[in-house]
Write a protein that binds this ligand. Sequence first.
Ligand SMILES: C[S@@+](CC[C@H](N)C(=O)[O-])C[C@H]1O[C@@H](n2cnc3c(N)ncnc32)[C@H](O)[C@@H]1O
Length: 547
Amino acid sequence: MVTLPAQGCLRNLSLPRPWLHSLRRTASVASASLPDPLTEDPPREATASSSKPASSSYFPKKNQTLELECLSLAFKGKGVCKVADSGFVVMCDRALPGERFIGRVTRRKGNYAEVAKVKTIDPHWDIVEAPCEYASYCGGCKTQNLLYEAQLRAKEQQVYELIVHVGRFSNKDLELHNIMKPIVPCDVQYHYRNKMEFSFGSQRWVPKELLGEKLNGTDNYALGLHAPGFFDKVLNVNNCLLQSDPANKVLDTLQECWRDPELGLSPYDVHSHAGFLKHLMLRSGRDVATGRPELMVNFVTSSYKPELLKPLVDKVSSFPEVASIVNNVNTSIGNTSVGEEEYTLYGKPTITEMLRGLSFQISANSFFQTNTRQAEVLYKLIEECVGLKGDGSEIILDLFCGTGTIGLTLARRVKHVYGYEVVPQAISDASVNAGLNGICNTTFIQGDLNKIDENFGRDFPKPDVVISDPNRPGMHMKLIKFLMKLKASRIVYVSCNPATCARDLDYLCHGVADLKIKGCYELKSVQPVDMFPHTPHIECVCLLELR
Ligand SMILES: C[S@@+](CC[C@H](N)C(=O)[O-])C[C@H]1O[C@@H](n2cnc3c(N)ncnc32)[C@H](O)[C@@H]1O
């Protein structure tokens, strides 16, 4: 196993807190941006100190070219690389373990530098041919050309490093108690996503070699994925290997017609804020009665003009799989796909999907696990960690419950499930989903778990098990404090960001010195799960038991 180089300053974690924040932030260089749950912004001292270079005298200059070797992959898929002579650490997008290459320094960042790859000298280990035609440009799945087993090894290693360096769990303890479990692979490595969101753009991204060719008018329009690093340029995509076949058919059909000048459709321009079409979201599910695929097509537009969308609606509604066409109208200048208003243009306003024997109704904007098949695996692992007694006596608190899927899959074997979630539509979907499955022992409450006060916890009895499944920033310190006071016998922490997960595990187990809070949990297991092959994303299921 390759370890992160010492230049990342991952050692010496007994330093005073502001420095610790800084060092752990630097550790997360190789992992992810690590928001601080203590404050909205990073502590001032930490910010200042983290902008200083490492004590090493060597620091490359901007635009300097370096010979580099990629040692490992960091969270977000960047390669952790070493400068050939000095051992200085740099990060490089799309560098893969084992690769030797020439990189140009693009910017200094705290204790390390970022480089752009100029030329590969020796290719990476475990090279395979990427099946997707867009693989070398698209930001969606950057590691398609890395053997899947090597992707798994890299993900497993990242989680391990973060648990040790950010979570401050000793290698010895992890090994002695068999805490780190081997990553669970994803059996299906393409077409696994049930939701893809494409953007319309007025500036098509083209590879460097085609930059000289002038694109005029609608030829410059694109529908696809944002080119990495460009918020205003869109890589045109006709077929995405991550989504289902029916979704690809719809995408291809829309690509054939949406630029037709006769339709008078224009992509939204992020600079001038003019234009109509913002995003196209395609969501795949299944008819729960027949098991046949169901597709939702969601047009996100800057205004409500159904007559403009009608020709597109007429085209795609002819596909038997298309069960729902909705229009989210988002008048803001932001890039979000959630509309202030939603209109159903064809069929039903929701689609359905089955998970662990239950039916779920999903609307355009509610969270639903994006890899349904692997969610079955994930939820089984969660269930094993929850470890129900089987006598139906337990109370479950399902934090960040989304459409209630985790809690609902457990509800039949417990006394009651209380779910909390910020998105109102997800909460109403969760209640509908409970009804749909004849489940009566659940209560779903809308609320912001970053803004809880001392009254939080008065609406439910003390839970036996807390399941917490936050999004990438992890848990807010207010919630961590609440959990430390609540002292449920088990916490099952499900995370899509191992960096914030490691940070929160550290707080729950080792305490928060700044706030004079003692840790009261013991880490029993960390189970990485690959939900998203070829992407840098890693899911983890962690079990904590009250000491
Ligand atoms: C990773 S998803 C988990 C959803 C659900 N547990 C599941 O498995 O489908 C995280 C959820 O947290 C919700 N969320 C994000 N920030 C939140 C907050 N501050 N308070 C409450 N819920 C929040 C999101 O809307 C999303 O539904």
